[in-house]
Design a binder for this molecule. Structure first.
Ligand code: SF4
Ligand code: SF4
Length: 443
């Protein structure tokens, strides 16, 4: 592996300079770990779809190296192949050399953000979503109320029935809109929920951004399950979006800004753990360190914060469930969330919890560790590829004969609910925690 070339014009002789500049440059130490063995290739959904080296992990790493060495322009081709990556990190799990691919692709995207001019509408929408919407709960609430009216006033049914969405090319994306709650979870911020019986732990709940307007019921279920198992649950006020969507898209200034807010809020008090029911958020929250340079105060805070960060299933399985569970006579299959399995290396915890429910039969689907196509905002930006992956996923899920598909991430829930509808599988898609909550209710 050649070291990056970063020289400038000297004595009239033009030398190649790195195509990367500014902040968050993919590190030589990170990409030099790749030994080109190709063991990751068959684990990569985009490589399996198209069979192109340029859309494989090894090929993408090579392109990052070439841009860093000034041998490939940071132009349309590079942007296309990096954009087409799901950031599912299945390649990380497969890699014997310990390449932290997620870190590489996210810094490459940050370079694109800083050094490449996207089309006008793309720049506008990225700026609006990542910098002007997600960090602001009030703005999220305004957009959500508008969407709620659209969904509940009959307008949505009308738009679907008249085919106008198809005409505008929006039918697929519209289907992926989260159903908006009548009451938002924002009203619960600042509350503390006492443990049922003897207190075994005191935890903080990370509530996220979009989840507060479309997954309030999941948050309520998480609180019920945690308190029933002896946890006092604090929902700290002032918390905000985790920054995962922005970090995945390379908008790292926005991710850093919300991370600083969350570090201030969650380190104010001492908790045994900080818990999230969203694997996509959890993966970024556990890697806040990556957003800040070594040796800075923010980096030290991030280190303290992420030590406490746990996925809800990981936390409960480690704590051990003490609450009595009623029977749920259901055949259930589990879909691994990429950011729980590949990002956080949590595989067994959700399965352990599901097996603990009396009457529930857990059946494994083949390729459960393969992305469903949700991948943060990938289903919006690369909709057709996302739907192809979803179609494969639904075939595997359907083949299990399970009535219920369980997973551990709101993004995957939305994607597979759309999949069950599009492919008429008749399966219900729920979070693992919601099944535990139902088992508690059926005692
Ligand atoms: S993150 Fe996923 S899509 Fe991207 S290169 Fe790795 S395996 Fe392929
Ligand atoms: S498995 Fe790891 S070392 Fe091998 S090609 Fe893929 S990223 Fe490189």
């Amino acid at each position: 592996m050649t070291e990056p070339i970063a020289t400038v014009e000297q004595a009239g002789e033009t030398k190649r300079v790195s195509g990367f500049s500014g902040t968050d440059i993919p590190s030589y130490d990170d990409y030099a770990r790749c030994v080109h063995c190709g063991l990751c290739l068959n684990h990569c959904p985009t490589y399996k779809l198209w069979g192109l080296e340029a859309d494989s992990p090894r090929g993408r790493i090579r392109q990052i190296v070439l841009v860093d060495q000034g041998r490939l322009p940071l132009g349309d081709s590079f942007v296309k192949h990096i954009d087409q990556c799901l950031d599912c990190r299945a390649c990380e799990t497969a890699c014997p050399s310990g390449v932290e691919y997620g870190k590489l692709v996210e810094t490459a995207r940050s370079q694109i953000e800083q050094n490449y001019r996207r089309p006008f509408f793309s720049r506008l929408s990225r700026d609006f979503v990542f910098r002007r919407l997600l960090p602001y709960p009030r703005r999220i609430a305004i957009v959500a109320r508008t969407l709620y009216l659209y969904q509940r006033s009959g307008l949505q049914s009308l738009a679907r029935a008249t085919g106008i969405l198809k005409l505008l090319g929006l039918a697929d994306r519209e289907r992926l809109l989260p159903p908006i709650d009548r009451e938002f979870f924002f009203s619960r911020l600042g509350r503390t929920y006492p443990a049922v019986g003897h207190r075994r732990a005191r935890v903080a709940l990370f509530a996220g951004c979009i989840a507060q307007v479309s997954f309030s019921a999941l948050h309520e279920a998480t609180i019920r399950v945690l308190t029933a198992n002896g946890c006092e649950v604090v929902v700290p006020a002032g918390q905000t979006c985790c920054g995962a969507l922005a970090a995945h898209a390379g908008v790292r200034d926005a991710a850093r800004s919300v991370a600083r807010t969350n570090l201030g809020v969650f380190l104010r008090e001492d908790f045994d753990a900080i818990v999230t029911n969203a694997a996509g958020c959890g993966s970024t929250l556990k890697e806040y360190e990556h957003l800040f340079p070594n040796g800075t105060q923010d980096h030290a805070k991030a280190a303290a914060f992420q030590k406490k960060m746990r996925d809800a299933t990981e936390f409960l399985a480690a704590l051990g469930m003490t609450a009595h569970l009623g029977s749920l006579p259901l055949r259930v299959t589990y879909q691994d969330s990429c950011h729980l399995l590949h990002g956080q290396k949590v595989r067994e915890a959700p399965r352990t919890l599901l097996r603990a429910i009396p009457g529930l039969e857990l059946v494994e689907m083949s390729m459960a560790d393969y992305c469903c196509g949700s991948a943060g905002s990938y289903n919006v930006t690369e909709t057709q590829t996302s739907l192809e992956l979803l179609s494969e996923k639904m075939k595997h899920a359907s083949a299990t004969g399970a009535q219920v598909i369980a997973t551990a991430n709101p993004g995957c829930l939305l994607q597979m609910r759309a999949g069950a509808e599009i492919h008429s599988t008749g399966q219900e898609v729920v979070h693992v925690i919601e099944l535990l909550d139902r088992a508690l209710a059926s005692r």
